[in-house]
Design a binder for this molecule. Structure first.
Ligand code: GLN
Length: 492
């Protein structure tokens, strides 16, 4: 049985219906990972023993006739910044290379409670800073759609894993695009839910006011199921809202967009966006019209012009203060020194990689008196202006369509050359985080060379179910992406 081609729903239905066992499913996925990952490098830790134990318990529960959760027997992987009980959680950094948490993040607990089986941890940019998955102590992950290209980042390992058929579901975190951009680059679907939709308890933070976690899948129906499993209030995370969530899976049953008004973003420099990605937007607009939606064009001048600068001021300032806890004493990597100051300096210099150090330095500068008033405070104000711009837009429209990344997946090797160019590529994704909005990265096909094309959908805060519903209608037209063909270039 080619389990790797099935959706999470198909796998769970089969486990529940006793067509196959959780053990059979798990063994098949683990074999695929072990066969392919010496090339792709998407997985940094496998927890086979725990996974087999969990699968065994699940099969026993089925034999006893117990009712099982939505994801019964579905194997999944998570980014290596989710705390996993007894399993190392490194953030792809030397700083945490041997850190083993003593508890599971709430998201992991909820997945396990729904019957999903954790197989391991995926590669990422160090401390989730980046968009190529190249700044990892484990080395870069390759894009399964084209091994000469990056998978995007920072959740590049999770996106590559789903595209490669290692699992139907992987979880990632998104501070400025880190679920959506790698999903786009690897040709799968990714969602950053509204800020406050899912508990972040047990996630190693990057920027608390921007971080959100979410699913990467190959179809919107699976994504909605994961949302049903994860979107719940949590007493351990006060930023996670306590409202009664609707059924996300019920929301993705619609087949038309009648009565929906969808805006398309204009006002950005079209020269800077790859033509195939602009074509993807036009194709999507046609699908929406056919499905009965009304389309309008909008310009969001503040977001278009200031998002990247605003995002990096806030992100780097906050990250520099958040990462201060890695001081060589309390957590992680430690180097001895003549005195306390030297110990800090050596531990932090050697424990963090280049990009993380660069960001801590810039962030520290931004928070210094004088710079703080001139950079950080204005950025916070601009952030509110961007949020207001969207709030105004969503008074009259249901969703916004725009690009995810201005480019197709880049060739490997950008990070060390030129960070600023890479920062600018977060222009379309960082706004959803600044405004707390839900956003979906949707695959809408491939270029003739086989590179994924995609669009971004944004919606009003806490209207995640409507956004999923619109995405699923578009997906019905565009088709959901299949698993990458790994026989090319000798991966399989
Ligand atoms: N590329 C962005 C950054 O490097 C976003 C990262 C993320 O979402 N974690 O900050």
């Amino acid at each position: 049985m080619e389990f790797y081609k099935l959706s999470a729903k198909e796998i769970a239905d089969g486990v529940r219906g006793k067509k196959w066992t959780a053990k059979e499913v798990l063994t098949s996925f683990l074999t695929r990972i072990k066969t392919c990952d010496s090339k792709l490098n998407a997985v940094v830790t496998l927890c086979e023993k725990n996974a087999h134990e969990d699968a065994k318990k699940l099969d026993e529960a089925i034999a006893r006739g117990e009712t099982l959760g939505l994801l019964a027997g579905v194997p999944f992987l998570v980014k290596d910044n989710f705390c996993t009980d007894g399993i190392r959680t490194t953030c792809a950094s030397k700083m945490l290379h041997d850190w083993i948490p003593s508890y599971d993040a709430t998201a992991i607990k909820n997945m396990k409670m729904a019957g999903a089986i954790l197989m391991g941890k995926t590669n990422m940019d160090e401390f989730a800073m980046g968009n190529t998955t190249e700044s990892s102590i484990f080395g870069p992950t390759l894009n399964p759609r084209d091994l000469t290209r990056v998978p995007g980042g920072s959740s590049g390992g999770s996106a590559a894993a789903v595209a490669a058929g290692y699992c139907p579901i992987a979880l990632g975190s998104d501070t400025g695009g880190s679920i959506r951009q790698p999903a786009a680059f690897c040709g799968v679907q990714g969602m950053k839910p509204s800020y406050g939709q899912i508990s972040r308890y047990g996630i190693v933070g990057y920027v608390s006011s921007l971080d959100q976690i979410g699913p990467i899948t190959r179809n919107i129906n699976d994504m909605a199921i994961v949302m049903d499993v994860l979107a719940k209030a949590d007493e351990n995370d006060s930023t996670c809202d306590a409202y009664d969530r609707p059924s996300f899976s019920a929301a993705v049953k619609k087949t038309d967009l009648k009565g929906k008004k969808i805006a398309v973003l204009t006002g950005f420099d079209k020269e800077c966006v790859d033509k195939s990605l602009l074509d993807a937007i036009n194709t999507t607009v046609q699908f929406c019209c056919e499905a009965g939606a009304e389309i309008i064009e909008v310009n969001l001048p503040t977001a278009n012009k200031h998002a990247v600068a605003c995002y990096y001021m806030i992100a780097l300032g906050d990250a520099s203060s958040k990462l201060a806890c890695y001081d060589g004493m309390r957590y992680g990597y430690h180097e001895d020194g003549k005195n306390l100051f030297e110990m800090y300096k050596k531990s932090r210099n050697k424990g963090f990689g280049n990009e993380v150090r660069r960001r801590i330095l810039i962030g520290t500068c931004i928070l210094t008196r004088g710079y703080y008033e001139n950079y950080y405070v204005p950025a916070v104000k601009v952030r509110q202006m961007i949020a207001d711009e969207y709030a105004d837009l969503f008074k009259t429209v249901d969703a916004l369509i725009c690009p995810i990344s201005p480019t197709l997946p880049y060739k490997k090797g950008y990070v060390e050359d030129d960070s600023a160019t890479i920062y600018l590529r977060d222009v379309f994704t960082s706004t959803a985080n600044l405004a707390g909005l839900p956003s979906i990265s949707l695959n809408v096909g491939f270029t003739p060379e086989g590179l994924p094309t995609n669009i971004q959908l944004l919606g009003p805060r806490f209207d995640d179910e409507n956004l999923l519903s619109i995405a699923s209608v578009i997906e019905n037209y565009a088709g959901s992406p299949s698993v990458a063909d790994l026989s090319v270039e000798g991966v399989l």
